[in-house]
Design a protein around this ligand. Structure first.
Ligand SMILES: [Zn+2]
Length: 397
């Protein structure tokens, strides 16, 4: 069984003990960084607000000696790339996002609060605590390695914080992929999984489809027979679409939103549905896409149009992913805890990097619950060992 927060066995080496003590001594500083980040609201859909956040983070990273590069985005905040020098050629990429799902003004009703071990606020888990962990892990490495005789990090460190992850990463995807291709490994500092803080070694791929049916409008009383009911046709299609789910393959198809018709006394000419598709394996992508696109009307008088596709490939647990997890769990073991791993249904930008074949480990950020919900929070007591784990991984991959 995993250890309970705050009741961990002692670290197994003096070095691990020293590192954990280092972050325990700085726990309040980490908390105050998180508070600063939470109190600058950064919704994906507000470029001006997001840019304020980008500037604040850029400043913090440059204080640590990072070289900051802003990548302007047309409709979103600027994506933020920061580089730290190292001895070898290939960097380790720390990946995350600074946008949140919360509209501007949310802080008024959902302020940043600390109650016992819980710190709450918009985006505190997803993923402002993750950004704070990056900052404090890098600050620690700077401290530790400047003192060392042969100072400096082995690998250069690249940090990428994008502004549109919560809305599909359309603007940042190419940048994420190009930085990942140059990297030896990608560490994604998204929230950990569950109360024990497992890392994520597999994520499902995600697709979105829009299915539109067109029939023919008519008066439901006077001209009933002249109408062609689009809602009736769509309801038959929904049965078919739902049957594409194959739980054994980890493939799910969810008809999530339906709309159609105008008034009760009109035979409806239009109806549509939005469908969410999840796949565990890339090899299932083409098959489900073909099925969606091959939908044909049962009533020949109706027309059907299907648009969309698979937009995030799955993050599969490749050999490279498993090796990174083994490294992380060895570091955690030294620090005195058993780090679990999890396969989850939700996607992140780690899906893009892993599907390029770059070893990727996700869920290295804060531990808590309620992402995207009013009770979103992190556990403060988890912060020191998460920071120590991240610092250790940056050094060792
Ligand atoms: Zn996130």
């Amino acid at each position: 069984m995993n250890s309970v927060p705050g009741k961990s066995p002692a670290p197994s080496s003096p070095e691990a003990q020293r590192r954990l003590a280092y972050f325990n001594d700085r726990k309040d500083e980490i908390v105050s960084t998180i508070r600063e980040l939470v109190e600058i609201e950064s919704p994906s859909d507000n470029k001006a607000a997001a840019n304020r956040m980008a500037d604040f983070i850029a400043n913090r990273f440059s204080q640590l000696g990072g070289e900051v590069r802003l990548h302007p985005a047309k409709d979103f905040g600027n994506h933020l790339e920061i580089n730290f020098a190292g001895k070898s050629a290939k960097p380790v990429l720390l990946l995350g996002h600074y946008d949140t799902v919360y509209p501007l003004g949310t802080l008024a009703t959902m302020p940043c609060r600390i109650l016992g071990d819980k710190m709450s606020g918009p985006g505190v888990l997803d993923m402002k605590s993750g950004i704070a962990l990056m900052l404090h892990a890098l600050a620690a490495l700077k401290d530790w390695h400047q003192e060392a005789v042969h100072g400096g990090l082995q690998r250069p460190v690249a940090v990428l914080l994008v502004s549109d992850e919560e809305v599909g990463s359309t603007s940042s995807r190419a940048l994420t992929e190009s930085l990942a291709k140059q990297a030896a490994a990608v560490l994604v500092i998204e929230p950990a999984h569950g109360p024990q803080g497992a890392v994520k070694t597999a994520r499902k791929g995600v697709g979105d489809y829009l299915v539109k049916v067109t029939g023919k409008a008519s008066h439901a009383g006077l001209d009933f027979e002249k109408g062609v009911n689009a809602i009736l046709e769509l309801s038959r299609q929904i049965e078919k679409i739902s049957s594409f789910t194959d739980l054994k393959k980890g493939l799910t198809v969810n008809v999530g939103v339906v709309s159609g018709g105008s008034r009760t006394n009109v035979v409806p000419a239009d109806a549509e549905t939005q469908v969410d598709v999840r796949i565990a394996r890339m090899k299932d992508a083409a098959g489900i896409d073909k099925k969606m696109r091959s939908l044909r009307t049962l009533n020949r008088k109706c027309k059907i149009e299907v648009s969309g596709g698979i937009n995030r490939p799955p993050m599969e647990r490749t050999g490279g992913v498993a090796a990174l997890y083994r490294q992380a769990s060895a570091i955690a073991r030294e620090l005195g805890w058993k780090l679990g791993e999890a396969a989850v249904g939700g996607g992140s930008d780690g899906n893009f990097t892993a599907s390029l074949g770059i070893p990727t480990l996700d869920g290295l950020g804060g531990v808590g619950d309620g992402a995207h919900a009013p009770h979103e929070h992190i556990l403060i007591s988890e912060l020191p060992r998460r920071a120590a784990l991240l610092a250790g991984l940056i050094e060792k991959v």
